[in-house]
Every structure is written in structure tokens, then in C-alpha cells.
Write a protein that binds this ligand. Sequence first.
Ligand code: 5GP
Ligand code: ZN
Length: 138
Amino acid sequence: MKKDDCIFCKIANGEIPSTTIYENEEFRVFFDIAPASKGHCLIVPKDHFNDIFDMDEETGGRLFSLAVKVAGSLKKELNCEGMNIVQNNGTIAGQTVFHFHLHLIPRYTGDTVNVGWKPGEADTEELKALAEAVRKNI
Ligand code: 5GP
Ligand code: ZN
């Protein structure tokens, strides 16, 4: 399903132009308009999903399978040393476009990309209880 007022629905379905690397029936891969590094691109489904919580497992599986291929091709062509795969869900997590998209961000020595967090602390017993609780819903 498409959403009328969604910019990525329009890009994914070709109504708004993008520099497209690849497309098939279900997905479009295109360069980010404000790249964090050379080769920064996005994989978006042509159907509208707000975020990962809105997406079905099968679509997610096919999308990540495509991501593996695109990542390999980017690495081959750009000679990047590494890559961050980033996917933001919700304003709190930094999502600004509310149509699911996976960022592929090639990494190079001396780049200015900033993807990170401050390492925290965890209580093992608490983690065990949490693991059990979360497992129930999988
Ligand atoms: P988010 O912050 O939601 O994870 O990422 C949204 C991304 O979409 C940003 O990196 C932003 O630069 C990119 N973006 C927003 N609008 C457009 C657009 O019209 N065209 C392209 N190619 N990228 C866009
Ligand atoms: Zn959309």
C-alpha cells in the first residue's frame, strides 16, 4: 500500500526522481540526498511501512537479503574499509522520514560519520529476566 503524503512512497515508486542504484518490484535503492559519506544510500520498500514495527518478517527478510548484495557491491566499487547499517525507528531514535528505510553508510579512515553510543552497564540477573520476557514474544 502507498501513502499519499509520503515522500519515500513517491521516490520508491518513481514519482519523485532519485539517483537510483537498483530497483525491483518490491524495493528501490538510491543515494541519500545528504550523504554522511561517499556512497551513503537507502533501501526502501515500494509499499509503505512506517518503521520496523509496522513491517512483516518476510518483507524484512527480503530487504536484508538485498542489503547484503548492495553492501558487497558498494564495498567493491568504493573500496570502503567498513560500513554501518543504520535503521532509525521513531523520532526518539532519529527517524525523520516515516517510511521504513535502511541506511548503508560506507566508512573510510578520517571520515566524519558519527554513529555511536556511550557504553553502559548491565546487571546479569536483570538481563536474564529480560531475555526470558522478550523471548516469549518471538
Ligand atoms: P532518517 O533520519 O529518517 O533515518 O533518514 C532520512 C534520510 O533521508 C536522511 O539521511 C535524509 O538525508 C534522506 N532524505 C530525506 N529526503 C530525501 C530526498 O528527498 N531524497 C533523498 N535521496 N534522500 C532524502
Ligand atoms: Zn511511504
